[in-house]
Design a binder for this molecule. Structure first.
Ligand SMILES: *Cc1c(COP(=O)(O)O)cnc(C)c1O
Length: 496
């Protein structure tokens, strides 16, 4: 019963079942009973009763509570997964998203009956405009990648409107994989620009790639190395002089809120990941939200509908009359519940609070980076923004311990591993993003774990290569686990 074996895992609910252990008792019926055969056609009736588990309520609760704890989550432990901004999700956001006025709202209701929801979307758009320095924002895209798709469609529409079928999209070699994937999906071709030795865009190389076929340059700033590109004004000038537009991958906006506005630094199109920067839950496949904002010139191409306010009456309505729009991208108006959470987050912090969020996120990352620098290689040794990238090159050369082994070993310390092997330009990369929501004690505990693992990599490398030891499962064949998951219940099947 007591899982002294660390590999103990939760049995299937069917394995907890015993005949007759029903979880309910109902009062006697007060109406005449009728056999099912009178109500349902014979051929649709089961021949045998369904093989449902019979388990007492208390065991059902324990079973599902234990299951909910098998995976690491931001509510169970530190989650420094670089590029993902796994910050704490304030529970007040949940309370507000659960208000019956929101949860009971049907998306087919007409604007007369949905003024509150429309007002929330209208206001959220204004806040995101303010944060990004943008003219207008669409809330429709369901995630960052979907935002990129939206943004590039807008950029394509803009060029086509001017009679230019530009198809070249430039991305840095440090870019997130969604950037080139998006460009390809939009019928463009992708050209990669190398990074310079300070981790920024190699300006000379960029200049060579710019020509009259360039549709856009997609840039993350700070980039995936956690470094702010010091040449952003020069980059913007070069791209614009070539007639291209500058796309801002806002996945790293947690580093700059209230300090720099992407549009002020020359970006034309910006996406935000509400599930990263604005604390709405993520992981497990969503739902997310990737609003896209644009500068004045690109407003006509935004998706339909846009939420508008009639200034005379103060009423909100949906504007479908946008002849140059790229169209609709999403069922209804986006992941509305996520929008409520992000709105609550922005309201709870206010402008000064958001600024502080970024300041603290950057401080935490620099603290960790300097504490860990003696134990791991730091390929780009300069002040970082909200995340930084270490390399396990040293460990690999000395004893064959890889970034993967270090990541797995962290699980035994109750820490979710950092992002590994990304960005691609850093060998044995470990990308750490602590976020602003962790205490100094948590950061120090992480340093302790990383230092201990670095020691073990020298003294007992083989043990590290077998980690983790305390999790319900050890090292899986990840490809096979994803492609051939064994989740079936078979009568008599033993516990996992
Ligand atoms: C997360 C991320 C994306 C993609 O965003 P999703 O919301 O996961 O689709 C794009 N670029 C970078 C740099 C990211 O970190």
């Amino acid at each position: 019963m007591n899982p002294t074996n660390p590999r103990h895992t939760e049995p299937l609910i069917f394995e907890l079942s015993a005949p007759g252990r029903s979880t309910y008792s109902l009062p006697p019926v007060e109406v005449p009973e009728r056999p099912l055969a009178e109500l349902i056609p014979e051929d649709l009736l089961r021949k045998e009763p369904a093989a449902l588990p019979e388990v007492p309520e208390v065991d059902v609760i324990r079973h599902f509570t234990r299951l909910s704890q098998l995976n690491h989550g931001v509510d169970t432990g530190f989650y420094p997964l670089g590029s993902c901004t796994m910050k704490y999700n304030p529970k007040v956001n949940e309370a507000l998203a659960r208000l019956p006025g929101f949860t009971g709202l049907h998306p087919m209701k007409p604007p007369e009956l949905t003024q509150g929801a429309l007002e929330l979307m209208w206001r959220l758009e204004r806040y995101l405009c303010e944060i990004g320095g943008l003219a207008r924002v669409t809330l429709q895209p369901a995630a960052g990648a979907h935002g990129e798709f939206t943004g590039l469609q807008i950029i394509r529409a803009y060029h086509l409107d001017r009679g230019e079928d530009r198809r070249k999209v430039i991305v840095p070699d440090s870019a997130h994989g969604t950037n080139p994937a998006t460009a390809a999906m939009c019928g463009c071709f992708v050209v990669s620009v190398p990074s310079d030795d300070r981790g920024g865009v190699d300006i000379a190389a960029l200049e060579k790639l710019l020509d009259d076929n360039v549709a856009a340059f997609m840039l993350t700033n700070p980039n995936t190395l956690g470094l702010f590109d010091e040449n952003i004004d020069k980059i913007a000038r070069l791209v614009h002089d070539a007639g291209g537009l500058l796309y801002y991958d806002g996945a790293n906006a947690n580093a700059i809120m209230g300090w720099a506005r992407p549009a002020d630094t020359g970006f034309d199109v910006v996406h935000f990941n509400l599930h990263k920067t604005f604390s709405t839950p993520h992981g497990g496949g969503g739902p997310g939200s990737g609003p896209v904002g644009v500068t004045e010139t690109l407003v006509p191409y935004l998706p339909v509908p846009m939420v508008e306010r009639d200034e005379a009456t103060g009423r909100y309505y949906l504007d479908w009359n946008r002849p140059k729009s790229i169209g609709k991208l999403m069922a209804f108006y986006g992941n509305f519940g996520v929008l409520v959470r992000a709105y609550a987050y922005i309201r709870a912090h206010g402008p000064d609070g958001l600024k502080q969020v970024s300041e603290d996120a950057v401080l935490s990352a620099n603290y960790l980076m300097r504490k860990l620098q003696p134990y791991y290689d730091l390929p780009y040794d300069r002040a970082c923004m909200h995340e930084f990238v270490l390399s396990a090159r040293r460990q690999k050369q000395k004893t064959g311990v890889r970034a993967l082994d270090i990541a797995k070993a962290l699980l035994d310390y109750g820490v979710h591993p950092p992002t590994i092997y990304f960005p691609l330009i850093v060998e044995e990369a470990l990308m750490v993003e602590p976020t602003e929501t962790e205490t100094l004690e948590t950061l120090d505990a992480f340093v302790g774990a990383m230092v201990e693992i670095a020691r073990q990599a020298e003294g007992n490398p083989d043990a590290l290569k077998g980690a983790p030891y305390t999790t319900p499962v050890g090292r899986l064949d990840e490809a096979r686990a994803a492609r051939q998951p064994d989740v079936r219940w078979r009568p008599g099947k033993e516990g996992a």
